[in-house]
Design a protein around this ligand. Structure first.
Ligand code: CAO
Length: 415
């Protein structure tokens, strides 16, 4: 038994944000029926291909545990089939450009009329307002959600992060909205609309930066390293390099091998509560009692030099040894792990966070498993479907078409 067993999802998603949401629902046990344009499919099937004519990793890593049906709701017969699918499903998810589902002839009012229990969930780039017509990709969301203006170094350009916080982040928000609406439906018997804007999702993740924007009105941000370095603040929350976003100073330091290994670094937090341990570890026990170093406040304008001294020690050992030595002393730190190291880490395989999947056309590949672990709803990651692999089976068992009707649907180009 899986948590969402019995929930059927009409999956009209493409690219990353929507598919990441429906993949989560599938991992929790929902029957996710992915609708794709006949002959074409989700555009990512063919993007960034590493093997000719084989579904890309972009697609396979976002569409596990789903069924694929080709269907064009813009054709006469396709529209009838789509209507029946709306009747039979509990949830419909889409992340097309603004208005695309309406243009298919299925605005929310009509969906509600066909199936009042339907939960209709959408991702768009922006919520209602001046930009609600715009198409949006990951980096546009990162820039318009405030993340890019606060990422990077003070003397450099705004920077986007490689973590897909706009796409997979918003997908996760939508999944939460959907299961919450399903829960409310248990009481109300009614469906509802669930809407997530990528800009909103990024702003939610930038909460501490809006905090700092307001703190600026009351004086400089003491914990930012630019304060210690005497660089004045402007009107907006600045880029903070590798400064920690919280109240404990932290930064990235070089470790043994940094000259040749681009990831021989560690994130080191000089947490006030373990300051004595830090001093002992780096061979500066005298700093524990020194009035110029003993308390967090007096250390603030010296953090650059303090981290340089800590780095003299971290450069003598490798990044894993830094962690081995710091952990027993309760000093929070984290080695900079490369994607290669993550792919090879056995404990991540053991927990299902990284999974090896077999695919009939590409062979085995690595994917990211479910980051949310439920003790009563284990996840088996099943390879992504081939284009239209389940069309006939869904037309027969969900839509209720006969063999002749299915043949006619193929003939007409509806599926
Ligand atoms: N049969 C027939 N037509 C189909 C179809 C099907 N099964 N599935 C989709 N289509 C059509 C739609 O009807 C739409 O056509 P019209 O615009 O002519 O009505 C078109 O395909 C899809 O349009 P789109 O605007 O979604 O596609 P795009 O490639 O131009 O834009 C994207 C892509 C992602 C920018 C846009 O979908 C978007 O802004 N989505 C919302 C925000 C979002 O999720 N962004 C993140 C994407 S992940 O990086």
């Amino acid at each position: 038994m899986k948590a969402l067993e019995g929930v059927r999802v009409l999956d009209m998603t493409h690219v990353q944000s929507g598919p990441s949401c429906t993949q989560l629902l599938a991992w929790f046990g929902a029957d996710v029926i992915k609708i794709e344009r006949p002959g074409v499919g989700d555009i990512t099937r063919g993007q960034l291909r590493d093997i000719p004519d084989v579904d890309s990793l972009y697609f396979t890593m976002l569409n596990h545990n789903k069924r694929s049906v080709t269907l064009n709701p813009k054709t006469e017969q396709g529209s009838k089939i789509f209507r029946k699918l709306i009747e039979e499903c509990d949830v419909m998810v889409e992340n097309f450009g603004p208005g695309a589902i309406d243009r298919m002839g299925f605005p929310w009012e009509k969906i509600q009329e066909i199936n009042p229990r339907m939960i209709y969930a959408s991702i768009k780039g922006f919520g209602p307002g001046p930009y609600d017509d715009c198409k949006v990709y990951e980096n546009v969301a990162q820039c318009t959600g405030g993340a890019a203006s606060t990422t990077g170094f003070l003397d450099g350009l705004p920077v986007v992060t490689g973590a897909q916080i706009g796409d997979s982040g918003t997908g996760m928000n939508l999944a939460l909205g959907i299961v919450t609406a399903l829960y409310q439906r248990e009481q109300s018997g009614k469906g509802q609309r669930v809407e997530c804007a990528m800009q909103d999702g990024i702003i939610n993740l930038c909460r501490v930066k809006l905090r700092d924007q307001q703190r600026l009105a009351h004086g400089p941000l003491n914990e930012y390293s630019q304060h210690g370095e005497g660089v004045p603040f402007g009107e907006a929350t600045p880029r903070a390099g590798n400064d920690s976003g919280g109240g404990q100073p932290g930064t990235i330091l070089r470790c043994n091998g940094w000259e040749t290994d681009p990831n021989a670094y560690v994130y080191f937090i000089a947490q006030a509560a373990v300051w004595g341990n830090v001093c002992d570890l780096i061979g500066k026990p005298e700093w524990k009692e020194d009035p110029g170093y003993a308390t967090p406040g007096v250390r603030l304008d010296k953090m650059k030099d303090i981290f340089a001294t800590i780095e003299e020690w971290t450069m003598t050992v490798d990044k894993f040894e830094v962690m081995r030595r710091c952990n027993p002393l309760n000093i929070p730190c984290g080695p900079i792990l490369s994607m290669k190291e993550i792919a090879e880490e056995p404990s991540l395989r053991d927990t299902g966070t990284i999974v090896e999947v077999d695919h009939p056309e590409r062979g085995t590949y690595l994917s990211v498993g479910n980051p949310i672990k439920l003790s009563e709803s284990p996840v088996d990651v099943v390879r992504s479907p081939l284009l239209g692999e389940h069309t006939d089976e869904v037309l027969e068992s969900v839509v209720g078409l006969s063999e002749e009707e299915i043949a006619a649907a193929h003939e007409s180009g509806a599926v």
